[in-house]
Design a protein around this ligand. Structure first.
Ligand SMILES: *[C@@H]1O[C@H](CO)[C@@H](O)[C@H](O)[C@H]1NC(C)=O
Ligand SMILES: *[C@@H]1O[C@H](CO)[C@@H](O)[C@H](O)[C@H]1NC(C)=O
Ligand SMILES: *[C@@H]1O[C@H](CO)[C@@H](O)[C@H](O)[C@H]1NC(C)=O
Ligand SMILES: *[C@@H]1O[C@H](CO)[C@@H](O)[C@H](O)[C@H]1NC(C)=O
Ligand SMILES: *[C@@H]1O[C@H](CO)[C@@H](O)[C@H](O)[C@H]1NC(C)=O
Length: 328
């Protein structure tokens, strides 16, 4: 549910309060999940100021003064992370960091709760001493996701959101969600919030049906879905930040109409909607969960023109960017 590829205008959010609930900024929620390195133009998403942060599924930033949130994707990044994170925090004024990517998915970071707890304590927990706020490992929305997070909490020796030492401090819960029903999306977030009692970051979401692959969103369904979900998050104080999937030329099998970038690297109309530069033409009576597309992979702006490069070269590009920034 995520590309394999995934590899300062900072607005300070309120500092931690004693009881695990934190004051949440009502602005600066929208961000970019950005696998494009410096190859594509990030500034085209900044014209309104609504987008205030980005992450790259890894420890390496791009060349922009948007607020960078480093992620420790999984074991394959531990070495890079441990060598670079202190410098990155200083040079990029980092205030938040993200944990593992879809740890309960074999095709993603694929970590047992126990291993994840131990890597967390070695690599992420020490950042608390520098004042960094930490986001939980981000499970996919498969039913195993919430259970994994609960098991990880146990493996850590209990969450440590209350200022004591030890365990795994979770300042906010990060999660991913892929499906087609905006009402179900809201219910999912409410359940996570009720369960974990932390602010929520949705670090990937899109209108994509993984359960019935021939029941995908049409372009209009996606306009409606983005509008409904983004409106909810913009107006809900315990939703701290979000990043749609995605701002990329190749959607890695996710419905191409979800793309915020076309195959030439330009912002799409949906991208204009996402950043608040265009008022969406929402349906008069949208019906959450009712879809009008077919196989979403066949259509959409990112698939319209011929591929400028294949997914493999995108991976190579990102790895190159990572290497270059590591050497720099
Ligand atoms: C943190 O504090 C809250 C409220 O006092 C409490 O319900 C919760 O159990 C505490 N969590 C931990 C991990 O101590
Ligand atoms: C949702 O659509 C309505 C109607 O076009 C618009 O007024 C509103 O700004 C949109 N909200 C978002 C978050 O795009
Ligand atoms: C807006 O969308 C509706 C269908 O939901 C369509 O009938 C109408 O032509 C669209 N208007 C514009 C200006 O695109
Ligand atoms: C959308 O989700 C809501 C909440 O789970 C549910 O009540 C509704 O039936 C769903 N709609 C469809 C068309 O599946
Ligand atoms: C997108 O990436 C996939 C691999 O994830 C590749 O098979 C496909 O050809 C790519 N499509 C385009 C349009 O580049």
């Amino acid at each position: 549910m995520v590309p394999i590829a995934c590899f300062l205008a900072f607005l300070a959010l309120a500092t931690a309060r004693p009881h695990g609930t934190r004051q949440v900024s009502s602005t600066a929620k929208a961000g970019l999940a950005w696998p494009n390195g410096d190859f594509d133009n990030v500034d085209q998403y900044r014209s309104t100021g609504k987008v205030q942060w980005y992450y790259t599924w890894g420890p390496s930033p791009i060349d922009t003064d948007l607020e960078f949130v480093p992620m420790l994707w999984g074991t394959n990044q531990v070495s890079e992370w441990s060598h670079s994170i202190s410098n990155t925090i200083q040079q990029h004024h980092v205030t938040h960091a993200l944990g593992f990517n879809e740890p309960q998915q074999p095709g993603q970071s694929n970590l047992s709760p126990t291993d994840a707890a131990s890597i967390w304590k070695a690599q992420l927990e020490p950042l608390k001493a520098q004042g960094i706020l930490l986001g939980s490992p981000a499970p996919s929305s498969a039913p195993s996701g919430k259970q994994w997070l609960l098991d990880w909490q146990q493996a850590c020796g209990g969450w440590n959101g209350n200022g004591s030492t030890g365990g795994c401090t979770v300042d906010f819960v990060a999660l991913h969600w892929y499906d087609v029903n905006s009402t179900a999306f809201v219910q999912y977030l409410e359940d996570f919030h009720a369960t974990f009692q932390k602010p929520i970051w949705v670090t990937e979401w899109a209108c994509q049906n993984y359960n019935q692959v021939d029941q995908q969103c049409s372009q209009q369904d996606i306009v409606d879905f983005l509008n409904a979900t983004q409106s909810f998050m913009d107006s809900t104080d315990w939703i701290e930040r979000y990043a749609w999937f995605g701002a990329m030329r190749n959607m890695s099998g996710v419905n191409e109409w979800d793309a915020l970038m076309d195959s030439s690297g330009h912002i799409t109309f949906l991208g204009q909607q996402y950043i608040g530069a265009a008022t969406p033409n929402v349906s008069a009576n949208p019906q959450p969960g009712v879809v009008h597309g077919g196989d979403g992979e066949q259509g959409g702006p990112a698939a319209v023109s011929s591929a400028s490069r294949a997914g493999a070269s995108l991976v190579a590009l990102i790895i190159t960017a990572v290497i270059i920034s590591t050497l720099a």
